[in-house]
Design a protein around this ligand. Structure first.
Ligand code: NAD
Length: 251
């Protein structure tokens, strides 16, 4: 498939995970990317994409991520890794703050200039009601909703601080909650609620809204960010994008 095409190398950190594997799959299917993955876990049979090189390691280990980026010399790095919900706070600071700084430092040391950071819509959430929020309307709360959201926000600030230094061109993507193939967090919890008959209890007046998006759509946003960072970086560099299902775009 690579013959005659100008191939770009992409490293997907967290590419063995739910969203990461969708990103990997779409970059490979796109046909113009040679894709590698750096992840603390090996992909399983469902998340492994053929033709992809998988390297096992943690972003918390600065030497490990620096060596991989130096060796692979990717054109673009997509940092999608993060711990799942419900772990002790310390691990979020290690992975989302220190780990993200390690990724940035590794890119700068190796001369990699294009970096996409997967954040979360939740970084701006205080626990209060939010409706119709757009990227330019909102600032970070001083203290995020919990350690996960707080440290995703700290990661964003590190990315924003790196933008423009040594020619770094960055994009931040903030997905809402996601569903889709290989989801490990959402559907079984909903099934559990159903099994425990908790769905018979109504909280509030039944008008609350919450955003969920298909992981494939969120992955598509990552591929579009790659394309733009390569072809027309000034258009997107230094910007943050909320990604939700929202209204369908006109074709
Ligand atoms: P996931 O757990 O399926 O994937 C995350 C991947 O990161 C896993 O493969 C994991 O092994 C890897 N990882 C974790 N710690 C690591 C480390 N120290 N070093 C290297 N790799 C490490 O989770 P997901 O739901 O696919 O989340 C992907 C991204 O999307 C995360 O950044 C998350 O914050 C963000 N996000 C997810 C949701 C959601 O609803 N799932 C919503 C908003 C944002």
């Amino acid at each position: 498939p690579s013959q005659g095409k100008n191939m770009h190398s992409a490293l997907v950190i967290g590419g063995a995970g739910f969203l990461g594997s969708h990103v990997v799959e779409q970059l490979v299917n796109h046909g113009e990317y040679v894709v590698s993955v750096f992840d603390i876990q090996e992909p399983n049979d469902e998340s492994r994409v053929s033709g992809v090189t998988y390297v096992q390691g943690s972003v918390v280990d600065a030497t490990s991520i620096a060596n991989v980026i130096k060796e692979l010399q990717p054109l673009i790095v997509l940092h999608t890794a993060s711990p799942v919900h419900g772990l002790p706070p310390k691990i979020y600071y290690e992975v989302n703050e220190t780990g993200t700084q390690n990724v940035i430092s590794a890119c700068r040391a190796a001369g990699v200039k294009k970096l996409i950071y997967t954040s979360s819509t939740g970084v701006v959430w205080t626990g209060a009601e939010f409706n119709g929020v757009s990227e330019d309307q909102i600032n970070f709360p001083a203290k995020g909703y919990d350690a996960y959201h707080h440290t995703k926000g700290l990661g964003e600030r590190l990315i924003l601080a790196a933008e423009g230094h040594d020619g770094m061109q960055t994009v931040i993507i903030r997905p809402c909650g996601m569903t889709g193939e290989r989801d490990k967090q959402l559907i079984w919890r909903l099934a559990e609620v159903y099994d425990k008959k908790q769905h018979r209890v109504q909280i509030g007046d039944n008008t609350n809204l919450v955003d969920y998006a298909y992981a494939g759509n969120v992955a598509h946003a990552h591929v579009l960010a790659c394309e733009k960072l390569i072809a027309d970086p000034d258009l997107v560099s230094g910007q943050t994008f909320f990604i939700t299902n929202g209204e369908p775009l006109p074709q």
